[in-house]
Ligand binder design. Sequence first.
Ligand code: ATP
Length: 482
Amino acid sequence: MANEINNFQEIISHCKEYGFIFQSSELYDGLSAVYDYGQMGAQLKKNLRDEWWKSMTQLHDNIVGIDAAIFMHPTVWKASGHVDNFSDPMIDNKDSNKRYRVDHLIEAYSETLDKTAGEAILIEMDRLLAADDLAGLKTLIDNNKIKCIISKTCNWTDVRQFNLMFSTQIGSVAEESDTIYLRPETAQGIFVNFLNVQKTGRMKIPFGIAQTGKAFRNEIVARQFIFRMREFEQMEMQFFVRPGTQMEWYNFWKETRKKWHESIGIPAEKLRYHDHVKLAHYADAALDIEFEFPFGWKELEGIHSRTDFDLTQHATYSKKKIQYFDNDLNAEGKPYGNYTPFVVETSVGLDRLFLTVISLAYTEEKWNKEDGTEDSRVVMKIPAKIAPIKLAILPLLKKDGLPEIASQLMHDCKQQFHCFYEEKDAIGKRYRRMDAIGTPFCVTIDHQTKEDNTVTIRYRDTMLQERINFADVKNLVINACS
Ligand code: ATP
């Protein structure tokens, strides 16, 4: 039996070694909390994005997708509350000059305590955060003698709010320029397009607008690899509903999104809900769908009931009417008219989803061979439908017409899914390389193929091999990936 080990540092090294993720600008010693996706990572990320996009815009008749710009009018961020409120309580250590997010500092400290004491300090922290009690948070840190991990001292500044938005200038000449922000969330691009989409798409409430794209946050404590980045990608959907029905839809999306994660291969027992104690200024209910990452339970996706806050704010700041005329209310015998829709949001980080998938997939296996010696492999057990490469086509030898047959299979299959052709090295080595990048199927073309039109197919997870007809390969892979 294989002995399975799962280790976060090993996962990070593996991602680099096999072309999933590189540190950004590594040539210049890297840029903190910014990452590049390599040849395998970019494809895996695209497959995840495509799955989400399909589930939202293709499988729901009443959800459409848009692609709004990253740059937006600066007043958008005033209206949304980000200029005034998008901040986290921070504290600096005066000896190391290192800045910490207060909740992260206390959370890390709580992990060093026993369960009861750890939970007690987190409950107290949540209470103080909910009350915006910055002085109380400072006292909590002082009373518990929480130390800076670098200087190992308790010499702290007061707790202050720190805005997370990146700003830049628009316009070529400094005098003409105006400050604009890199969007910290994709949601606002949806709100400001609500009327455009509703009118041009003749959308009837309830309906949703989905979008994927980059978001930027000047995270202070950026750590845990791609879990918390300064440039990351979100997949968000804003669902517009009648006022008063928002809790019904909140519960619907809470269930639907968790099921979606399960549908891409995340086990139910690795997911849980976490209700927010402190609600954001725009929300009347909020929860996180958490995943058990190798470093603990953390937020993967947020489900927020955002009330009519955003549309009302944009109506006020733009001085335009942003409302919906509900014909159906009339048909139901109610007085019909205009109202500002309420919004339920689903917001998942694509990079966090990527980290979820690779932490589940990464597996080290060791076993004893028949001759008593030990063998091992590292295998990425990525579900077939999201694996970067679906099929490896491997001629056993570089001669005797085998490469020609393999090339024909490649030609037949590559219109349908990603294939990889390789003739170099012994077959065992080639299998191991495919295991390491998560290719679910390998097909070997050998001399018997010439005699009876069969090939050997090898299944990544079990390493079992069987002979199947050459003509059946394509459909077997298509069925496994659908
Ligand atoms: P956290 O509490 O972890 O900072 P958040 O509550 O600020 O997250 P939201 O504003 O709800 O996050 O953003 C929605 C989703 O975007 C999150 O669930 C997460 O998956 C993703 N996300 C947010 N910030 C980052 C980041 N810095 N790096 C990567 N993904 C992020």
